[in-house]
Design a protein. Structure first.
Length: 179
């Protein structure tokens, strides 16, 4: 997948934001059928971790993950189908070791660490980095948190988690797990 131009990203985000409930449910159901392990990780495990810090941020995270799924679907087509390869998630975890380690330890991600994670992300995904998408998502998280001081402590953590989601979807679309 190529890096989306500003226009392509805008169109994909508009597609996600203007989706009616029925089509949204269909997309999520299909994503779950095509990638059950990834679906449970993104829409089950990750939000529950964020909810430990702030439930509002966990809800926003799920909304943004829906947008990410829609962006990839709109720009690159249907989600690649799952095959029985439980090691795929393990391989992705190894590739994302630094990002995931910081998340599992519950450490806040400061700007220096975020920049290093970003550089590592770019290095491992040179041809399919979605910098514009990550920037949009981070700005959305910042804006949402600014409306309630109780959300602020979860900003870095939520941004790190959304970063991992984008990385997972990049990997999924870059090297489909179907033979």
């Amino acid at each position: 997948m190529h890096e989306l131009t500003e226009r392509e990203l805008y169109q994909a985000l508009e597609y996600a934001k203007n989706m009616d409930e029925e089509n949204g449910k269909r997309i999520l159901s299909q994503f779950e059928a095509d990638q059950p392990l990834l679906f449970r990780t993104i829409f089950g495990i990750f939000p529950s971790i964020i909810a430990g810090q702030n439930q509002d941020m966990a809800n926003l995270f799920m909304d943004l993950c829906f947008d990410v799924v829609c962006v990839y679907q709109k720009s690159s087509g249907d989600t690649p189908k799952f095959i029985d390869d439980p090691a795929w998630m393990e391989r992705q975890a190894i590739l994302s070791e630094a990002e995931i380690q910081s998340l599992l330890e519950g450490q806040p991600v400061d700007e220096t660490k975020r920049r290093k994670l970003h550089e590592r992300f770019v290095k491992h995904n040179e041809n399919q980095v979605q910098i514009g998408l990550i920037k949009f998502l981070n700005e959305s998280i910042d804006e949402f948190a600014s409306y309630n001081v109780g959300r602020v402590p979860a900003i870095g953590f939520t941004q790190a988690m959304i970063f991992v989601v984008v990385k997972l979807l990049n990997s999924l679309y870059h090297k489909p797990v179907v033979h």
